[in-house]
Design a protein around this ligand. Sequence first.
Ligand SMILES: [Zn+2]
Ligand SMILES: [Zn+2]
Length: 376
Amino acid sequence: MANIQKTQTREITAAVIRKKGGPFRIETLGLEEPRSDEVLVRVVATGMCHTDMVARDQLYTVPLPIVLGHEGAGVVEQVGGNVKKIAPGDHVVLTYMWCGHCKPCLNGHLTYCKNFYPLNFGGAREDGSTATHDGGGSVHDHFFGQSSFGTYALVHERNVVKVPKTAPLELLGPLGCGIQTGAGAVMNALKVRPGSSFATFGGGAVGLSAVMAARVAGATTIIAADVVPSRLALANELGATHTVNSRETDPIEAVRAITDGGADFTLESSGRPEVLRQAIDGLAIRGVCGIVGAPALGTEAGFDVNGVMTTGKRIIGIIEGDSVPDLFIPSLVELHAQGRFPFHKLVKFYSLDQINQAAEDSEKGITIKPVVRIGS
Ligand SMILES: [Zn+2]
Ligand SMILES: [Zn+2]
């Protein structure tokens, strides 16, 4: 720790991944003060998302060592001189990073930012610099622009979303990724209609968020397919009208039987090519299948070309629910306050020193959405 200059860096405690597969190691690090366009956030709690494990295991390559964490919520501690959007003391949710100057960003589809991969998985700022150090050298950060598995996160003004102080801050971090992915897929990308049928293939945090959103959107048939009975029970509680245990029943046949031929909308959130096939085959004529599950880079999947062509089916990839976080996240906070989007039912809290347990429980399906409490 001798090399950390106290005048320019602040001491933080963070979970560091030093080798492929982990574990998360709790360490003391140094973090730089904010630049003119940056915001220092005191992290209250951070959700754990499947993508943290994907990065830990290097299915998506990230440079090591790195501080992960991309569902942070906290309180603004300090802002750079050019920051206009927020002020110290504001409560914020941290979300993904986008560049703001490419064509998809200019078209309002920030989740398809041309620079999404380097900005969110590059382990550094847009200019390639890092802000985090251990005694010996740099530690990669800015994972999803935030690296929030630590007591403080240094983020850009763009990936901070102000939320009301009346909302339960320690619960809100997952709105920045997993929850907005499922809810936004239904509301922004698939545009599920009142009276329509919707089926999620995969009942994790994303799939169950989609179930809640489908109910808000007015779907009258909402099917959840998964292999874990406890997830299916929760899906029922959250608004699913039917559940299918894919281990016991052929989910394609089940969805076709329930919907008289196929669902208007399906969502694949498991990241498995064979489940994607089910989600396509379970569609109605002119139905739309959204892909949100992330397999390893380079994974390919198959489908019956004529089966898709002659029925006018559409298959679309969806990142982060195609959401504009400054607009979408506050709307989810309000839906939660009104009791119409009870995502707290997915959450179980862990302390920072239990972070490896949180990851294990998530991977085993014991916990749908772990949230790691970090500060207050
Ligand atoms: Zn962009
Ligand atoms: Zn995520």
